[in-house]
Design a protein around this ligand. Structure first.
Ligand code: ATP
Ligand code: DNN
Ligand code: MG
Length: 245
């Protein structure tokens, strides 16, 4: 299985937007890509069906021929911690099925971008959590840091927990959650310094607050060299020269 797994310093900090940007850039390079949201909580009734926004966004940014159900095999109604959303429906989350879902998707795509629910240690069952799922998939990790006060500590704690859980952190991305954050650029410089000093991990980009955070708008903010390193680390060789619009 080739791809990466996107996690974040918290929920609602831009993981889906960054994952979609990554899919878009990789599809532009000519690869067949697919998003994967193994566990999604929070659905809305739109045009006669229940949908999850993350699954729809990742599916729309996929260039491989895959279905929304393949992108989101476990979609839960309530917008809350996934194990509680599952409990509310009298279900449990099937760990083996999530791994199999990724393997099946990887048969149809050159590269997959998986996205967790919330942050690194969100429980998915009585005795396992999101970090276990990330281990099951074995993909290099991308950490999205939601740029707002408190994020330096959250970022370092998450990266330390990844190392403790045997996860390989490949890159981090700063996403501007609070554009009015005091000393925004100094905070970014501090994150760059700390990720380099403590973990030797590069910055894959800093995304500003955008009028519309579409995959197309996010994609140019990703650093080409670091992205090429991520592709190489995850098993993709040279990108195709053929471009897909
Ligand atoms: N750079 C940005 N500029 C403008 N809006 C953004 C940006 N990044 C994220 N947003 C908006 O912030 C909200 C949360 O982003 P997103 O859904 O990607 O978060 P998430 O981390 O994936 O959340 P979840 O934990 O629910 O999966 C969305 O409405 C999204 O459009
Ligand atoms: C509903 C929300 N947007 C996410 N899909 C799930 C976030 C779970 C967070 C759980 C927690 O850390 O307390
Ligand atoms: Mg999301």
């Amino acid at each position: 299985m080739k791809g990466c797994f996107v996690t974040g310093t918290d929920t609602e900090i831009g993981k889906t937007r960054i994952a979609a940007g990554l899919l878009h850039r990789t599809a532009q390079a000519g690869w067949r890509v697919a998003g994967y949201k193994p566990v999604a909580s929070g659905m809305e009734w739109i045009d006669g069906q229940w949908v999850n926004d993350d699954v729809q966004t990742l599916w729309a940014a996929s260039s491989a021929t895959v279905s929304p159900q393949q992108v989101g095999p476990c979609q839960l109604r309530q917008a809350c911690a996934p194990h509680l959303a599952a409990r509310a429906e009298g279900r449990s989350i099937d760990r083996a099925a999530l791994r199999q879902g990724a393997l099946d998707l990887a048969q149809q795509a050159d590269w997959i971008v998986a996205e967790g629910a919330g942050g690194l240690c969100v429980p998915l069952g009585e005795d396992w959590d999101s970090a276990d799922l990330m281990r099951d998939l074995g993909l290099p990790m991308v950490l999205v840091v939601g740029l707002r006060l408190g994020c330096i500590n959250h970022a370092i704690l998450t990266a330390e927990a990844m190392a403790a859980r045997g996860l390989r952190l490949a890159a981090w991305v700063g996403n501007t959650v609070d554009p009015a954050m005091l000393h925004l650029s100094d905070n970014i410089a501090t994150l760059e310094h700390e990720f380099q000093r403590r973990f030797r991990v590069p910055c894959l980009g800093v995304v500003p607050r955008l009028p519309e955070a579409t995959a197309q708008a996010v994609a140019p903010h990703l650093d080409s060299e670091v992205l090429a390193g991520l592709w190489a680390m995850s098993g993709l060789s040279q990108p195709f020269t053929r471009t897909v619009s």
